[in-house]
Design a protein around this ligand. Structure first.
Ligand SMILES: [Zn+2]
Length: 248
């Protein structure tokens, strides 16, 4: 069966002399793996379009066991961020995270849109890397079934509290007055980071990146999003470790 789809290459593995196996985040069938014969050869027309972090149009053949790339044309290469090691390593973390949480075979239009928008802004450099990282993590997790409950304090229902705390293991909030009921690990997200996290989860997609927060809230926002992601998935990521290592 022949299929035409657009997708972002989120993993690229060399096989044999000149072939590649690529993992692609598509808009209509989730994350798929496809075999690209000859694509390792730089003279091959599929070479650039099947490279990591490239958004391409694919003509695929779907066999019984796997997809094969008949033809591919790149639509966006995100060139600028490729020479910035911080941005490139963060983009690779986005890819690894998507490869883990996005299921195969499901409509994933909004997830693809999230990934492309995050990479577009990262490439452009108009928002801090830490900001994009937290927005991407929280929205992706919510889209993939890991939805935190950030509406109000899980105990008393209060919406605003200067000492609002976020519990990464549960994905819940407790206000400063109720925090004493548990000894579980929490982060004091206050109103700045709490409001930012709420926006990432509940805002309409068109407005997702259209907010800002204070310089002092940004590290808290970033830490809370990351801890939530790792706690929910119960694992770490090599690309995240690398990103953090080169940052320090
Ligand atoms: Zn409370």
């Amino acid at each position: 069966m022949k299929i035409e789809t657009d997708g972002l290459v989120i993993r690229e593995q060399a096989v044999r002399e000149s072939d590649k196996v690529i993992t692609v985040l598509t808009g209509d069938r989730g994350v798929i793996t496809a075999y690209a014969a000859g694509a390792k050869n730089i003279k091959n027309s599929k070479c650039a379009a099947t490279s990591l972090l490239t958004y391409s149009q694919f003509n695929l053949y779907k066999g019984h066991e796997r997809y094969t790339v008949d033809d591919a044309h790149s639509k966006e290469l995100f060139i600028d961020m490729r020479t910035d090691i911080d941005k490139l390593s963060l983009a690779q973390y986005f890819c690894e995270l998507a490869a883990v949480v996005v299921p195969e075979g499901e409509n994933s239009k909004e997830i693809l849109r999230l990934a492309l928008n995050s990479l577009y802004l990262l490439n452009k450099g108009s928002r801090p890397n830490e900001f994009l990282k937290a927005v991407f993590e929280l929205r992706l997790m919510a889209l993939c079934g890991f939805m935190p409950n950030l509406i109000c304090c899980a105990e008393c229902g209060c919406y605003e509290h200067e000492q609002m705390r976020f519990y990464p293991d549960d994905g819940t909030l407790l206000c400063g007055d109720c925090a004493g009921i548990t000894k579980k690990h929490s982060i004091i997200t206050g109103m700045g980071a709490t409001t930012a996290m709420r926006h990432c989860i509940y805002a309409e997609f068109d407005k997702l990146f259209a907010f800002s927060l204070s310089e002092s809230s940004l590290p808290v926002f970033e830490r809370a999003a990351e801890e939530f992601t790792l706690a929910q998935l119960g694992r770490g990521f090599k690309t995240l470790d690398f990103y953090k290592m080169i940052k320090t």
